[in-house]
Design a protein around this ligand. Structure first.
Ligand code: IVH
Length: 669
């Protein structure tokens, strides 16, 4: 007999929860991502077919939720205060002496933990489920970020086992791992947006994003460190709380130790400091907490911080040295990154002779010139950075971005509002390696086997000078290369051949035009239907495409304006790539043709997506923000800033019945 859907859903949820816990909390997965996908897909399908089976704590509910206009303020169960700092051993000793005095010589123990560089968040659990998540805010009142917090995979939506039975609250730290941070900043740069200064800021931005989809994409992590009931510690010792939290399925940082005196605490600090760089997230010190809750209560609080805990901050790893030169490096999209050449200096035990300056704005912000003495900092990131100018050099000279690419002599341009100057030649050798890798990547031209190692060899032997040259490679040529057998050589050539039939959007994405990724490429291909039309379109015509604004249009124009890129396009044409795609017929006419709508707030019966679909079916356009060009704002309950903006601009405001009436009236006329 077939299992009932309800039973299967419960079973799937149980399995998924188990695997999420293994993966996100224990970092020890038992199944592959693909196997996980199969399970989650089955559950999604089940829940779609039987919506009544969907539960708020289902693993399918991690991503999603509607974007909101703002956050609701919520009072904390007890204040979320901050910690006093000790900046050196002496200050830590003073803290310890104070504890001794206040506890009148009674023995006590510390629990030492890492001070994670993130932001604190409280999460309330009721009936074993995540009920509400609140940011620290001003310590007394925070913001309800429940929908965003649900996307944090290491925060359980439902408890494991029977470790905790009553309603409770956890407090802990939301952090962004370095790898996620770096990926995010790469994406920011690609989009011409500002880089985040550090993972902490990036995590704060992600947690407070109005769209939970953004929070989900930025992959936050949560480490729990307090277990409270009615605003007070639930168990008699802090160590016990940490263990209980781990049992209940929370991620509790493993770098923790019970220390019976100051010496042990100092040892823990030394041990963790030396391992700091190897951790996947940033830490800026160690937090020491008195273990016994009874003793914590006796020690009490000042108005700002507990007297039973202290944050020891690692000394900043900085040193002063001379900025000898600034060189530019060229990345895949042609972006130029200024790199500082420093007089070698030891910073926290490591010799540093290079530092990143990110982009020209950074140089302006620092007001730094070649010859200045600068302060260099090595934080968790591997690449050190310049913090400020310590002393201006006697013979200082300003840095100027070159007019021509230092590698290929191609044109350098910097568009308004963009952080970086770029070399616009797609075949620039400096860009070539990255361009080739992007071109062959999965989801782009899908050339399996053309990875780092092969690309490097092709470049070293001068076998390719642009992506078009890939299509002239032969098996005998590849056989000359290291670690290339007959079988793999013919496989690669076959895969290159196969890629000739990739559809237009992929070809367009593969060209590596700044700001033209998968989605924009699809929209462009759908609108123009042909690569030549895109290449010849004016900036104005390009902007007729959905989601293409002046910045993207300008970048496309720039790209096809460069002779070398035109050449490349011709070579790809000769190689037989797909330049024609399917043009998507634009809905002409329709009762709402020519009208632009913005949708906001919660509508009484239609879901936002449904409302959008109705508008688009009727030929209307749906935009993300209100401007003077908006024809109507469709507003539901809890509409916020968009409603205000619409009123300001005198944009007519519709409610749901209004929209339906408009659809009706227009379709009969
Ligand atoms: S205990 C009253 N433990 O540091 C107790 N805080 O300077 C305060 N933090 O706001 C929190 N790691 O955002 C505690 N293991 C840890 C921590 C930690 C990082 C942050 C937290 C807090 C700030 C206090």
């Amino acid at each position: 007999m077939k299992e009932s859907p309800a039973k299967r859903a419960t079973e799937l949820r149980k399995q998924l929860e188990h695997h999420e816990y293994r993966y996100y909390v224990l970092d020890a997965p038992e199944i592959s991502d693909a196997e996980y996908d199969v399970l989650i897909r089955e559950l999604k399908a089940l829940e779609e077919a039987h919506p009544e089976l969907r539960t708020p704590d289902s693993p399918t509910q991690r991503v999603g939720g509607q974007p909101r206009e703002g956050f609701v303020k919520v009072a904390h169960s007890s204040p979320m205060l901050s910690l006093d700092n000790a900046l050196n051993e002496q200050e830590l000793r003073e803290f310890d002496t104070r504890v001794q005095t206040l506890l009148k010589g009674e023995p006590y123990e510390y629990v030492a933990e890492l001070k994670l560089d993130g932001l604190s968040m409280a999460a309330q659990y009721e009936s074993r489920q995540l009920h509400q998540a609140i940011t620290r805010g001003d310590g007394r009142v925070g913001e309800d970020v429940t929908n965003n917090a649900r996307t944090i995979r290491s925060l359980p939506l439902r408890l494991r086992g029977n470790a905790i039975s009553n309603a409770f609250e956890v407090r802990g730290e939301v952090v962004m791992q370095r790898s996620s941070f770096e990926r995010l900043n790469e994406e920011q740069e690609k989009e011409g947006l500002k880089r985040f200064a550090n993972p902490r800021n990036a995590a704060a931005g992600a947690l407070r994003a109005l769209d939970p989809g953004i929070t989900a994409a930025r992959r936050l992590d949560y480490f729990a460190y307090f277990l409270l009931e009615n605003g007070k510690p639930m168990l008699p010792s802090h160590w016990q709380s940490l263990e209980r939290l781990a049992e209940a399925g929370f991620k509790v940082n493993n770098h923790r130790r019970k220390c019976k005196d100051l010496d042990e605490l100092l040892q823990f600090i030394r041990d963790t400091e030396s391992r700091r760089d190897a951790l996947p997230y940033e830490t800026d010190g160690v937090v020491a907490k008195i273990d016994s809750i009874a003793q914590q209560e006796r020690l009490g609080w000042t108005s700002k911080a507990p007297r039973w805990a202290i944050a020891f901050k690692y000394p900043a790893r900085q040193a002063a040295t001379v900025l000898e030169n600034i060189e530019v490096q060229v990345g895949r999209t042609g972006a130029l990154t200024p790199v500082a050449h420093l007089k070698p200096v030891t910073v926290g035990g490591v010799t540093v002779s290079r530092a990143t300056l990110h982009n020209e704005d950074e140089i302006v912000r620092l007001a730094v010139e070649i010859g200045d003495t600068v302060l260099v900092e090595r934080s968790g990131d591997v690449i050190p950075k310049i913090v400020r100018v310590v002393e201006q050099g006697k013979d200082r000279r300003p840095f100027q971005i070159p007019k021509h690419c230092p590698i290929c002599k191609g044109h350098i341009v910097r568009e308004e509002g963009e952080a970086a100057s770029r070399c616009v030649n797609a075949s620039c050798p400096a860009r070539l390696r990255e361009t080739l890798l992007h071109f062959s990547a999965r989801g782009v031209m899908d050339i399996d086997g053309l990875g780092d190692a092969l690309v490097d060899q092709l470049l070293a032997r001068g076998l390719v000078h642009s992506v078009a040259d890939l299509y002239h490679l032969t098996v005998p040529q590849l056989l000359e290369l290291e670690r290339m057998g007959e079988k793999s050589a013919s496989k690669v050539i076959k895969n290159i051949e196969k890629s000739r039939s990739q559809p237009l959007p992929r070809v367009l994405n593969g060209l590596g035009i700044p700001f033209v990724g998968e989605r924009t490429a699809q929209l462009l291909a759908g609108h123009f239907g042909d690569l030549d039309r895109i290449a010849n379109a004016s900036v104005e015509t390009l902007q007729e495409v959905d989601e293409v604004g002046p910045k993207v249009a300008e970048s496309i124009k720039q790209f096809f304006g460069e002779v070398r890129n035109r050449d490349l396009v011709e070579k790809l044409r000769r190689a037989g790539l797909q330049f024609a795609g399917e043009k998507q017929p634009k809905k002409k006419g329709g009762p709402l043709a020519g009208l632009t709508f913005v949708v906001t707030g919660t509508l009484p019966t239609l879901k936002r997506e449904e409302a959008k679909a109705r508008i688009e079916e009727a030929g209307g356009k749906v935009a993300g923000s209100v401007s003077s060009k908006t024809s109507y704002l469709l507003a539901g309950e809890e509409a916020g800033s968009k409603l205000e903006k619409a009123r300001e601009l005198n944009v007519p405001i519709l409610d749901e019945p209004g929209l339906l009436a408009l659809l009706d009236s227009r379709s009969t006329t």
